[in-house]
Design a protein around this ligand. Sequence first.
Ligand code: NAP
Length: 536
Amino acid sequence: MTETERGAVPETVDVVIVGAGFAGLYLLKLMRDNGFDAVALEQGRGVGGTWYWNRYPGARCDVESMQYSHQYLPALEQEWDWSERYASQPEILAYANEIADRLELRRDICFERQVVQARFDESDHEWSVVCDTGERVRARFFIMATGCLSVPNKVEFEGQDSFGGPIYQTGNWPHQPVDFTGKKVAVIGTGSSAIQSIPQIARQAADLTIFQRTPNYAVPAQNRPLTTQERDEIKSNYGDLRHRQARSMANIAGRAPLGPAADASREDQWAEYQHRWDEGGILFNGAFTDVMLDKKANEVAADFVRAKIRETVNDPATAELLCPTNTLGAKRLCVDINYFETYNRPNVRLVDISRTGLAITQTGIKSGTNTYDVDAIVYATGFDAMTGAILRVDIQGREGRHMRDHWAEGPRTYLGLAINGFPNLFTVTGPASPSVFTNMIPTIEQHCEWITDCLCHLRDSGQREIEADKDAENDWMEHNREVGKAHLRSSSASWYTGENIAGKPIGLMPYIGGFPRYREKCDEIAADGYVGFRKA
Ligand code: NAP
């Protein structure tokens, strides 16, 4: 990358944005449109955020492409032709690049800059932001647009340094194609990233061994090419689709729940699950209103998926190992393309490490008394979600208070947007906002627009500082706990609750009250003059 392409870090701007994923790109546009001088600091060499880093084979979005796309660029919405029902990583990355090019955003992005520190200076109400290169920039406003799943969980397995072959991490995949032809490959983990990559790697590798600690529920994507007619139908009334999205809990338009499962016989429930299985996609667990609230209703859905696994996987012992017993949907439901079918291939085997764990040797993997020789290992071990990217930066707010201390017992925010003690700092899709429980792209838009309106309001009213009140933050966190209490996700271990990372405080991090209710609350707060915020 040339110095011109990397960009020069300015000394002072109005707004520093961390990250040039979809949120960072939209914020840059909004800042420019509204007369704010802004810079985005991006650690990668290109735009696209999660889609820049997650280049593993099979990486693809589990929300339909016509919905997982922006609405703020009506011309692009009409001109862009998504080729498949679920877009692949290269296509989504090309889309992010198209946005950056069309809007000429690169001139305000500094690449290869990881933000390592940000300190709020109370004397002049400004943030001082430091990059890993030592470069510094001062700004009135500091916006973390760092994504929810951007810090890979780099598990340190015993003996890993002795391994003679390459080790890959799905969340930080090489930019050059990785060729597994003729190789013996190991995949560790069976979450979404593994479930997407395993069928692809199995087709290429001579031999694939999957090391599973916990089996996961997966439903078929039923992915297929989109026809011109399908795209045109949506494009002729895109606004309607966007409207239906925004009114749904997850910001995803689709088949509505039939009502409570308690009102339907087991046969009727299975019929609906079959219907959704054939249709494909993540709305499977939205078949009934209580699937994620009532253990009995959830168990019927889980039984259905287990029956499908047993029907699909030829070897009964492998099928049993693949059958999850935990709450369906507590960990994010995976959407797969030929995942379970892949276990019928002669070159694929599954190893249960739930009791034995694993260690890495010079030539492969050891679990219990068994050893497996492999040429390459893929860690599909997930992310330090929601808080990882925020806490990786040494953020110091009022009176030098560290974000790490403020969040020592778990993240606390007002609306997932602002934090008491940290004036003029905003988080896009931060903890306690709907974020990962929703379709991220339109949800990102709502946050970026809310933040921009807030900055314009401050400028128009001659104020330099805004900070979430302690009471407002407490009340919002209490509301989060209250709406989360009855939800099965609150009582199940997952990356949503922080339990995938040793030592991380435990608690459901995203807001589970749904997108419409959340947006209404944000709008009310803004309309009431940013109630719950202290301004100066
Ligand atoms: P994940 O769901 O957290 O899965 C990580 C896997 O690694 C789990 O099977 C986990 O086992 C295993 N693991 C972690 N530490 C381990 C250890 N020390 N020993 C053995 N196994 C270990 O991570 P992910 O698959 O990267 O997915 C994370 C999220 O990213 C998804 O839920 C989704 O939201 C997003 N994502 C989306 C897409 C998409 O849009 N289609 C694709 C990929 C990812 P345990 O379950 O036992 O902890």
